[in-house]
Ligand binder design. Structure first.
Ligand code: HMG
Length: 416
């Protein structure tokens, strides 16, 4: 078993266009405060048909390999987490392999379980390295998705799109994972799903929030028991406060606030041995709000401006957090919560590396956002209703990729 395995580097790719959520609210006749304060969003990425899941994945991965000067011969595994793949059979990982001309010796595949697919991919690669099977090679994990609920739906302001690519290795400069300590929780529910043949997800929105919160309790308690057993945290106080920060899966920013309150409630109720009464609730409310600002808010910058990127959402939170606070977090343990509807969840943890600040700087995250173009609601609606096989055209960004069309059922891509 290798001593240290985890995330060495992260890069992010997003579509070139976005809408302002205030504009969307006004167009829908809704108070903008509902989208900005009620849901916690600011902007939302809009993917045109050329920016499909495979193109976004390849763009993020190309930047990862360039920024770390990775010798492709060292890559033994390429795994894509996605729930919006481009084919029922062919893996997005194969498309990425082709676009980036990666070695044929790699193991390539996709992982699917709603938004949890990225964490399944990360586990597959990290455990492959930790077991020694990787024999010194590195793995690439890509989480890539386009979140769609459709125009004029309750889910509309919680859409988004993007890809997060991660280099996983024995040099975890960003985050050394606490392997074997994670807590999992799953159940068979219809909270959010996408029946075959549909582009838009079907969702029981308020129920999905309840399922997510139940999953927080289940997986956090399981992690906590293991973490106590391994002396990663100490008994006494609130165990969750021993984590310097907690990054959550973020379908919309307010969800992270609800999740964090739930996690603290687990600690408080388990310590008291009973449910919180009204007085305890009143005492906890300002503490939970302050704890959210300190432990969670620093991870929400990218999600607030990109929206839900399904499998990549948790890793967008991690990238945001490190972008903002890596220097202060060096050597500290953080928690991570992954949720995939249907559902499965995992609470896990890791220690931020001493060089995380220099490493995350190479991802150029400010530039990724600043190069985007704001579009109006008419243009957004035109893009969302465009046929999926008709890219808008135009060259992809330098170093990036775009879907160019389909010939005899074969998808083709162009490089920028
Ligand atoms: P809704 O029913 O339109 O909104 O849809 P609401 O009425 O519940 O209001 C939302 C919040 O805004 C509430 O705050 C309101 O009070 C507040 P809360 O009470 O919850 O704290 N509000 C206002 N605030 C300020 N000024 C105002 C105002 N009006 C209202 N004027 C819903 C919301 C999230 C249900 C919807 O957008 C939706 O269905 N989204 C998609 C589903 C989703 O994101 N679920 C999250 C959990 S499941 C998950 O994370 C998995 C997922 O990522 C998929 C996967 O795993 O693949 C989705």
């Amino acid at each position: 078993m290798k001593q240290q395995v985890g995330i060495e580097a992260i890069t992010v790719a997003v579509p070139r266009r976005y809408v302002d959520l205030g504009d969307l609210a006004r167009a829908r006749g809704v108070d903008p405060a509902k989208f900005t304060h009620g849901l916690g969003g600011v902007e939302m990425a809009v993917a045109e048909p050329g920016e499909d899941t495979a193109a976004l994945a390849a763009t993020a991965a190309a930047q990862l390999l360039r920024s770390r000067r990775v010798d492709p011969a060292r890559i033994g595994m390429l795994v894509v987490g996605t729930e919006t793949g481009v084919d029922h059979s062919k893996a997005v990982a194969s498309y990425v392999q082709g676009m980036l001309q990666l070695p044929r010796t790699m193991r390539t595949f996709d992982c699917q379980h709603a938004c949890y697919g990225g964490t399944a991919a990360l586990n597959a690669v990290a455990e492959w390295i930790a077991s020694g099977a990787g024999a010194g090679r590195v793995g690439v994990v890509i989480c890539s998705d386009i979140a769609r609920y459709g125009l004029n739906t309750a889910g509309e302001p919680t859409q988004g799109a993007g890809a997060v690519a991660m280099l996983v290795s024995e040099s975890p400069e960003l985050l050394a994972l606490d392997l074997g300590v994670s807590g999992t929780f799953s159940m068979d529910v219809h909270d959010f799903w996408r029946p075959l043949g549909r582009r838009e997800a079907v969702v029981d929105g308020h129920y999905s929030i309840q399922c997510y919160l139940e999953a927080v309790s289940g997986s956090y308690r399981a992690w906590r028991a293991r973490a106590l057993g391994r002396d990663i945290i100490r008994a006494g106080g609130l165990p969750s406060e021993q984590l310097a920060r907690i990054a959550y899966h973020v379908p919309f920013c307010k969800m992270a606030k609800k999740a964090h309150a739930q996690l603290r409630r687990c600690d408080l109720e388990d310590r008291a041995g009973r449910a919180l009464d009204a007085a305890a609730e009143a005492e906890e409310a300002p503490r939970a709000a302050a704890s959210f600002e300190a432990q969670v808010a620093p991870s929400l910058g990218l999600s607030a401006r990109v929206g839900n990127v399904y499998t990549g959402s948790l890793y967008l939170s991690l990238a945001s957090l490190l972008h903002r606070e890596a220097a202060a977090l060096a050597g500290k343990r953080i928690g991570l919560f992954s949720y995939g509807s249907g559902c499965v969840s995992e609470f896990f943890s890791g220690v931020v590396g001493p060089r995380a600040s220099e490493t995350i700087a190479t991802a150029g995250l400010d530039r990724v956002l600043s190069e985007r173009q704001r579009i109006g609601i008419e243009e957004y609606e035109r893009i969302l209703t465009a046929p999926p096989d008709r890219p808008l055209g135009g060259r992809p960004p330098a170093g990036g990729f775009c879907y160019a069309g389909t010939e005899e059922f074969r998808r083709t891509y162009v490089a920028g």
